[in-house]
Design a protein around this ligand. Sequence first.
Ligand code: MEZ
Length: 487
Amino acid sequence: MDIHALQQIVHKTRDARRKQTIPKFSPDDRDQLIHKYHPDFRASAYRPIRFGPNAGDKTVVELATLLEGDSPIQADSDLTPHYTTDVLVVGGGGAGCAAALHAHGAGSQVILATKLRLGDSNSVMAQGGMQISVAPEDSPVTHFIDTLKGGHMQNDHALLKAMVEDGPSIAQWLIDLGVLFDRQADGNLHVKKGGGSSKPRLLTCSDYTGLEIMRVLKDEVINQKIQLLEFCAAVELLSDDEGRCTGAVFKDLDNHRTVVVAAKSVILATGGIGRLHIQGFPTSNHYGATGDGLCLAYRMGARLAHVDTFQYHPSGAVYPEQLIGALVTEGIRSEGGHLVNAKGERFVNELDTRDVVSSSIIRECEEGRGIRTMSGRVGVWLDTPLLDAEHGPGTMEKHFPAMMLQFERFGIDISKDPVLIYPTLHYQNGGVKIDTNSETDVHNLFVAGEASGGLHGRNRLMGNSLLDLMVFGKRSGLTAASRAGSM
Ligand code: MEZ
């Protein structure tokens, strides 16, 4: 059937879907679904790597090959430093900016080096919000329990406790810096419910939360005159005779030269690995997300945790064709969006955890209830009842201005052309093992944000990434600064 005819099914079935009872999963059903359909359990090839309690034999080949590849620096290379600093931050996204600002604020000399430009990062992709327990009916304990359940009870408890407890002070820090979170009519912060959460806890800046946070952090890094090295890709870490980290070597991508930075502490905030396209999956990630920090820390002997698990965001766009590669924010499902199969039926609670929702979409497509596009892609519809007349014109523009602007630019009218979606590789659940100060097994080597592992267990809850970046950016920045001061 022609795709436009198939789109009509979405409109025609909206009323019936409202009354539809969504099948409830028992814990066993959830486990079976994930084991059968989630890409984590279907990696075509794994290879063992040397370190890491949870990495062990199960490291997907794309990553294992990189981790155990050779160093690009020759043993006889000249490593005389071009720069010397107290704290070297590698990475210009949310965690890197937060780390640099806190280390600088604590009186350290800081250099922030980044492979692309300041701000080019996955932090801007977390548009749907930031989980922080600020509502009166919520608490850090409830946030802790929700996250633990979402992570299949595999989360590092100490890291998780640190994250949920620091949340409210992080919200205040961001507000003081100028982040414009959405507010209720009475002026209190507005919170929404996100996937896998028992309480409304998402602080939002409309549908561009990550972008707004990065706007403010980037401005602040520039205002504080923190020294920047842009277009510098970290290719190796330096260490002293006792194995302590003492700096990093970069390839300056603009001038094709090697740059050596000596530092008392190094913070890796290099993000994830989406651009490795594990198992050939499309990705929401920016082009810099190639696992650099993971490899550098691993080669120095740092252990890894949970690097056999990745997050596939349920709503990567596959149709209309102009949207291929775009991420449709989970915010749509937070506001009551439906996932609809070819029969016009909902098939999963859209606010279940991402591994369950993505596995369900893959199941629908593999069992013949997906929708095939002219170019051979397959997916399910994402529909939103906010388009119904009862909500009045302009409702979508009010709730999702950034997304609607993008649709308009591409000439897409979603009231007529619903979007087809399929899971897209979005996030690395595991990473370098750290302690609550964000320090690795290697002395003076810190890792913050997506490059670190343990906090999220085997499945991150929506909106926990932005908080992770801020909390462990801060903790790494402050500890690195105090370490530098005492040396
Ligand atoms: O945390 C995320 O990944 C997030 C909020 C993404 C989104 O759908 O907006």
